[in-house]
Ligand binder design. Structure first.
Ligand SMILES: NC(=O)c1ccc[n+]([C@@H]2O[C@H](COP(=O)([O-])OP(=O)(O)OC[C@H]3O[C@@H](n4cnc5c(N)ncnc54)[C@H](OP(=O)(O)O)[C@@H]3O)[C@@H](O)[C@H]2O)c1
Ligand SMILES: C[C@@H]1O[C@H](OP(=O)(O)OP(=O)(O)OC[C@H]2O[C@@H](n3cnc4c(=O)[nH]c(N)nc43)[C@H](O)[C@@H]2O)[C@@H](O)[C@H](O)[C@@H]1O
Length: 309
């Protein structure tokens, strides 16, 4: 099976390529220098020339709350263009299967948790990542419209919770909370700092899943689609538990071996108070996330020590 994977050099993309299922496939994963996904003509020509059986759209301008607040135009424009070009060109080129990756940040900021797929577009979005969320909603709806217009295709959208793991970004200007805090606490321990700053009051809650588990889910879904099993076109993918930011700092300090104190900087942005997703649909297919938080943090810290410093 020939797969066109976008975002192959990213955290999710590299975890997808490392999965055993991928090793049984021909995976085409051009970098952004080889194929700029904001260039519609180039994307259509690439798909027409290479005729993939499946497209996995894992590219994006991605980052934590601070990155989104710094560049709402880029997060809206680049993610909208990439999603529209990849998904619409796949349809125009006659690709039958597509897996589009969205994000739990696209849910309304005040929707009751756990968040369910039918709650999309039922309320105002979180201002700190509204541009990104609008782009994700647009690509998600495009997949659903294509499914309605073309009986022979299946364009699925998976909505992951926050992710972390090998190949994550540890750059404080862009990174999500777990890699940012791993770096912060590691450096505090190395420098003998007595305190580490927590953004906000630390009471916001997040559901973070190990990226390798998402890769496993993507290929489980593809395998079931290829086997002709009934698969919903829109599914949350999470592990079903969330923790407070304070709890994440404690867990990471335990893995890193930091014994100092924490101070809360209430001037820092906190985003949604909670975004725990309901993963019943994907669980009904027989898939469940399997990496416990402490194991995932330990593996990610090891990666940071070996690769990312
Ligand atoms: N990380 C999370 O917490 C999280 C949570 C939920 C959903 N997601 C979704 O999962 C997907 C992957 O996220 P990630 O964390 O793996 O992101 P990432 O590590 O930042 O990787 C992003 C990828 O997109 C590529 N890309 C960016 N702009 C491009 C362009 N103009 N043309 C071609 N490729 C381009 C990058 O290629 P270059 O390196 O060559 O620029 C890179 O391979 C995204 O759709 C994201 O929205 C992520
Ligand atoms: C999945 C991603 O979720 C993103 O929202 P979001 O979870 O708030 O993004 P994160 O940057 O992971 O922030 C998660 C929570 O961690 C808190 N936090 C505490 N300390 C830190 C720190 O040192 N660095 C960071 N980055 N956060 C920190 C932050 O205030 C926020 O409440 C969206 O902006 C993206 O678009 C994407 O959807």
């Amino acid at each position: 099976m020939r797969i066109f994977l976008t975002g192959g050099s990213g955290m999710v993309g590299q975890n997808l390529q490392a999965h055993s299922y991928a090793r049984e496939c021909e995976v085409l994963a051009p970098s952004s220098r080889e194929l700029d996904l904001t260039d519609q003509q180039a994307v259509l020509a690439y798909i027409q020339d290479n005729r993939p059986d499946v497209v996995i759209h894992a590219a994006g301008q991605v980052g934590g709350i601070q990155a989104n607040m710094a560049d709402p135009v880029g997060f809206l424009v680049n993610n909208s263009l990439m999603g529209l070009h990849v998904i619409n060109s796949a349809c125009q080129a006659g690709v039958r299967h597509c897996v589009n990756l969205a994000s739990s940040c696209m849910y309304p900021r005040s929707a009751p948790n756990p968040l369910k797929e039918e709650q999309i577009l039922t309320g105002e979005l979180e201002p700190t990542n509204e541009g990104y969320a609008l782009a994700k909603i647009t690509a998600t709806r495009l997949c659903q419209y294509i499914n309605r217009m073309h009986d022979e295709v299946q364009y699925l959208t998976l909505i992951p919770c926050n992710l972390y793991g090998h190949h994550d970004s540890f750059d404080p200007a862009h990174s999500h909370m777990i890699p940012a805090v791993i770096r912060k606490i590691h450096e505090a321990r190395e420098q003998g700092a007595e305190t580490v700053e927590i953004w906000g009051d630390g009471e916001a809650r997040r559901e973070f899943m190990y990226a390798e588990d998402l890769a496993d889910c993507v290929f489980e879904v593809i395998a079931q689609v290829k086997a002709g099993e009934p698969v919903p076109d829109l599914m949350n993918v999470g592990l079903g538990t969330d923790y407070s930011i304070n709890e994440y700092y404690q867990a990471i300090a335990g893995v890193v071996g930091y014994m100092g104190r924490f101070e809360h900087d209430l001037s820092k942005p906190v985003g949604m108070r909670q975004k725990l997703i309901d993963s019943s649909r994907v669980n009904a297919l027989g898939w469940h996330a399997k990496t416990p938080l402490d194991d995932g943090i330990a593996k990610t810290y090891q990666f940071f020590l070996e690769e990312a410093k």
